[in-house]
Design a protein around this ligand. Structure first.
Ligand code: THU
Length: 162
């Protein structure tokens, strides 16, 4: 028997300025998307933004409901908006941000397990990784993760069904 510590590869940035300009724009958009969150129950405002291969950006924000299980995360709102728009261009990167005024965040807000699974499906569909840039509003830290497999290893995939 062996005990192992699980971690994941990532790059930490102490500010937006070391990132390429299109990614800076993407992270700013994710920050802005927190303002379009509808989260009267959790007061946890999440924003997501997708950078497409043609340079277009698609945004998403979490949308809550009085029937709590109907709440949907910002990441999935962005991905399903992309999916429903019949976009011809693939997704290069996704930025995620969050604002929690009740207890201001001090670390980047990582995507939940359900959203990781959905990101994985879109990667498989386009046969290309989606790089993630994860941050939170009003903190300088940004974490870059190369592809969802880094934080969702051994994922359940469509070929398990065939
Ligand atoms: N939420 C997201 O939008 N993305 C995540 O990855 C984690 C959680 C939302 C769902 C809910 O509206 C609120 O944050 C609190 O869980």
């Amino acid at each position: 028997m062996t005990k192992n510590k699980l971690g994941y590869d990532h790059t930490s940035y102490k500010g937006i300025h070391k990132l390429p300009l299109p990614i800076q724009k993407l992270v700013k958009r994710a920050n802005k998307q927190t303002k379009h969150s509808y989260a009267p129950y959790s007061n946890f405002y999440v924003g997501a933004a997708l950078l497409l291969s043609n340079g277009k950006i698609i945004g998403g924000s979490n949308q809550e409901n009085a029937s709590y299980p109907l709440c949907i995360c910002a990441e999935r709102v962005a991905l399903y908006t992309y999916g429903a728009s019949a976009a011809k261009h693939y997704i290069k990167a996704m930025a995620i941000s969050a604002d929690y005024p009740t207890k201001p965040l001090t670390v980047p807000c990582m995507p939940c397990g359900a959203c990781r699974q959905v990101i994985e499906e879109y990667e498989t569909r386009q046969q290309r990784p989606i790089n993630l840039y994860v941050t939170a509003l009003n903190i300088p830290n940004i974490i870059k993760i190369k592809g969802i497999g880094t934080i969702l290893p051994s994922a359940f995939q469509q070929d398990h069904l065939l």
